[in-house]
Design a protein around this ligand. Structure first.
Ligand code: SAM
Ligand code: SF4
Ligand code: F3S
Length: 451
């Protein structure tokens, strides 16, 4: 066992690897904010680490195998060294709990997503008693409370901020309600305090997170109230939220697009399928008509609003006609920057035992849908050519010769800025593009006016 007990809090090195969604990324940062208090320092180098934490995702198949594969890699790296303390966190930890400790003795601690407030004690207890442990209670309230007392030190130009955890929707394909537990909204003031602190630390864009972010409801306030309150923080220039559900796209939230100056015009709203029959089989609790209502309403408020989405291809029962409906919906809404996945049967979900769509057909459909979505992305990016757009500058490119930022639609922009531009919104004239990135030059003279 490689981790030395250290009463003087001398530095221990933790290596954190994160799979999965933005909530896992946020959690990994917060876990680090917590373990810092008991003397850990982050390292990006496996070799330096005496603690290895893997934050896992369970959304599609092979998730579990991916975890054991990764542990195999770590074992190899540390073959001739002292074994690090190995902690498995995240949604696989929640789903597999005790089983992980039985199957892989190299794992020391298993901590589920709603138990991170216990991580320091769990580690300290392990160091004292050498007892392997699993912490997988659902206790979002205590987690929120604990982390509200530990500052979020992310301090990035664009920072995540979790406002809600869990899901009560139970779509038939999805593990999230089982791995993240019931919907629970974080107290309003805690969120505002964290937003203000992030702003003091240099954050200019806040991305509000939740498995069902627009279901936010603390009994008094909804997501719309939060957005309008965060809007008042002068140094926060951009606000986004993800991931939302069509059923929770309430009128107050739609109307925020009329009043907010800082809410970005990209709405990520997963639809999963363009067929009402499939939506019903999925237990999605919304129809295509409901979705189109939201789309049309938002477009009326601001025609520049664009939509992105998630699609599941080859859901059990998906026939050619259903898939064609999905393609027509993509045509109609002109989704940009979207994700599409072949249905993956997840143990414990209602859809697990259903008859699968033929693999070859699903693969063909996936290729068709991705081609269509990529074409939309290219067409959208083409419209930016020769246009001057506002870019929030996040950092230098890896080779340090250029700057990297994002457009209002989250598209990556690479241009000839310098490190003084980081954290500012600057005008960039786009002269080149590919599917994922816009390239351009800063428009001199205008840059001071925008930020
Ligand atoms: N709450 C969001 C919503 O209502 O759509 C989605 C959150 S989920 C973490 C992200 C995406 O993973 C989903 O939108 C869905 O497209 C995809 N996903 C979830 N379960 C899946 C499964 N069993 N097979 C394939 N994709 C899946
Ligand atoms: Fe999963 Fe989203 Fe459905 Fe919840 S609403 S079950 S997170 S897909
Ligand atoms: Fe994966 Fe859990 Fe996020 S299953 S997508 S890490 S909520």
């Amino acid at each position: 066992m490689g981790l030395r007990k250290n009463p003087n809090k001398m530095s221990q090195k933790i290596f954190i690897k994160t799979f999965g969604c933005q909530m896992n990324e946020y959690d990994s940062n917060r876990i680090y904010d917590s373990v810092k208090k008991i003397g850990f320092e982050k390292t990006d180098n496996y070799d330096d680490a005496n603690c290895y934490l893997l934050n896992t995702c369970h959304i599609r198949d092979k998730a579990k195998e991916k975890v054991y594969h990764e542990i195999g890699r770590v074992k190899k790296i540390f073959r001739s060294k002292q074994k690090p303390l190995v902690i498995i966190a995240g949604c696989v930890a929640q789903a597999e709990n005790q089983e992980m400790l039985r199957r892989e003795p190299y794992i020391d601690l298993v901590v589920g997503p709603q138990s991170y407030h216990k991580i320091n004690n769990t580690i300290l207890n392990y160091l004292k008693k050498k007892e392997k442990m699993e912490e997988t209670d659902f206790d979002a309230v205590s987690k929120f409370k604990y982390f509200s007392k530990i500052k979020n030190e992310a301090g990035k130009v664009s920072s995540f901020l979790t406002i809600q955890e869990g899901c009560d929707k139970f779509c038939h394909f999805c593990v999230v309600p089982y791995t993240r537990g019931p919907e629970c909204s974080r107290p309003f003031q805690q969120i505002l305090d964290e937003a203000k602190y992030l702003s003091e630390k240099g954050t200019k864009e806040i991305i509000l997170l939740g498995q069902n972010v627009n279901a936010y409801n603390d009994g008094k306030n909804r997501l719309s109230n939060l957005i309008m309150e965060i809007e008042k923080i002068p140094d926060i220039k951009r606000i986004r939220y993800t991931t939302s559900h069509p059923k929770d796209m309430t009128e107050d939230l739609i109307n925020v697009y009329k009043n907010s100056q800082k809410l970005m015009p990209l709405v990520h709203l997963p639809i999963q399928s363009g067929s009402d029959k499939i939506l019903k089989l999925m237990n999605r609790k919304h129809t295509i008509k409901d979705y189109l209502y939201i789309f049309e309403k938002l477009k009326k408020i601001n025609s520049k609003i664009e939509f992105s989405s998630d699609f599941i291809i080859g859901y059990p029962g998906e026939k050619d006609g259903d898939f064609e409906n999905t393609l027509s919906l993509i045509e109609k809404i002109n989704f940009i920057n979207s994700y599409s996945f072949i249905f993956s049967a997840r143990p414990g979900t209602v859809a697990f035992d259903l008859e699968l769509t033929d693999k070859k057909i699903s693969a063909q459909r996936l290729e068709m849908i991705q081609n269509k979505l990529y074409e939309n992305q290219m067409n959208r990016n083409k419209l930016f050519k020769n246009q001057t757009i506002n870019v929030l500058v996040e950092n230098l490119t890896d080779d340090k010769t250029q700057t990297f930022g994002r457009s209002e639609y989250m598209t990556s922009v690479v241009f000839n800025g310098n490190k003084e531009h980081i954290g500012k919104i600057v005008p960039v004239k786009i002269n080149k593009f590919n599917r994922t990135t816009l390239f351009g030059e800063i428009v001199k003279g205008l840059d001071k006016k925008v930020a």
